[in-house]
Design a protein around this ligand. Sequence first.
Ligand SMILES: Nc1ncnc2c1ncn2[C@@H]1O[C@H](COP(=O)(O)OP(=O)(O)OP(=O)(O)O)[C@@H](O)[C@H]1O
Ligand SMILES: [Mg+2]
Length: 452
Amino acid sequence: MTYHDQSVKVPDYTASERQTVFHTTVADEKLYGGAAGGGKTAAIVAEAGTLALEFPGIPVNLFRRTIPELKATIIPELNKQFGAYIRAGHMKWHGQDRYFELSNKSRIFLNYLDNDNDIYRYQGSEMPIIGVDELTQFPQAWIEYLITRNRTSNPEWPVIFMAGTNPGGVGHGWVKSRFIDPVPPETIHTIHLDEGQTRTRVFIPAKVDDHPIEKFKTDYKRTLASISDPQLRKALKDGDWDVFSGQVFREFSRGVHVVDPFTIPTHWQRWRAMDHGNNNSVGWFTQDPASERIYMYREYRETEYKTIKEKARNIKQFEATESVSYGMADPSIWAAGQGNHATGKSIAQMYSDESVDWMPANNDRKAGLDAVHGYLGIMKDGYPKLQFFSTCVSMIRTLPSLPYDKVKVDDVDTKADDHDYDMLRYGLMPFVTPDTDDIDTYTSGDEGGLLY
Ligand SMILES: Nc1ncnc2c1ncn2[C@@H]1O[C@H](COP(=O)(O)OP(=O)(O)OP(=O)(O)O)[C@@H](O)[C@H]1O
Ligand SMILES: [Mg+2]
């Protein structure tokens, strides 16, 4: 049996115009969204749920990378759309194996796929319906493996691979070339495989403006507007898949972000940051307590091998006539085995022996990238939140030239000369309020113990 006209019949969900296009489009692989807030998770859950209702006994497999993401997105959406069913006992949660079982014996499995080994858990299984939320979070090989399981020996059941996604992430490149680049949106693209086999693919775009609820749109647009990376903001808001090429910090401007050195008042706090390595990068910062503007006022960059003792002595020399409150460094310098092999001392300890102390910096790359973009942004007084003394020549040269990573496109390419950038992230992180974790922000009680 082929599956042609799907009317979505989930209890508490009425598809928007864009979601209806997605639901009624027939292709072996269909991708929905390509921008933030278009109702992607809801559409996948609704279509998965409908198929579970329509085809008794069918297994439906939904995927995200991690359990916290399932908890924060898919579970609340299932609860929203199927709350009445669940409360009436028509849909039961089996926590051990992480699936809902409907009274018609269909099962909706909530899966995670977070590393190479996880894919072997799906070896041998038949998965007629696969729904992946945030497809660009996954490497191509994992999804291609899943697609080899996208089959059934039951001739009554449809076989569907569907996904929703935003641009960005490790899978940006392959998802773009598989779904976005080959043909215009909403055009079914036929791939010719060996032995005369074919496969069809389609991309149905949706943006936050296509969301059916006005208030959601307004609130969500405000959230999108506050994303500090201008490229990422454009990608998520406009569904622009081409923005992650070229330089990351396009907003950097010599005329705006670089100032002539001035005498720093003694009451301004000073601190330093370091990215450790043969290409050591150390930077010193200070903050004007009145404007809260941060200045990077000095840099010390080693490009040749120096012992830690030598580096520490140089740092102390720079600080001979000033008071530096604290130092933030790459957390890896506390790792065992990275310092002196004979004494077993860590790099941090070796610095400390020379009276140069460090604290471990927050090394969250995404938060760090946001912080740097945020600080390059302009304050109400018309000047940026962060400026560099013109003597910080290495930083002024390397920061604006950093490219995006070719694979994980919404991050800086770690193969570029990123030591000054890493040091800058560490130096700014003490000023960043940590993001609350997804798990903590999800507080609905509806699913009461559904997961574990
Ligand atoms: N057709 C609809 N009718 C009513 N509410 C909807 C509909 N589609 C989505 N929603 C609700 O709007 C909110 C956002 O939808 P959803 O999470 O599916 O968007 P998304 O595109 O996955 O967003 P993100 O990019 O943040 O992952 C959710 O609360 C969802 O329940
Ligand atoms: Mg979503």
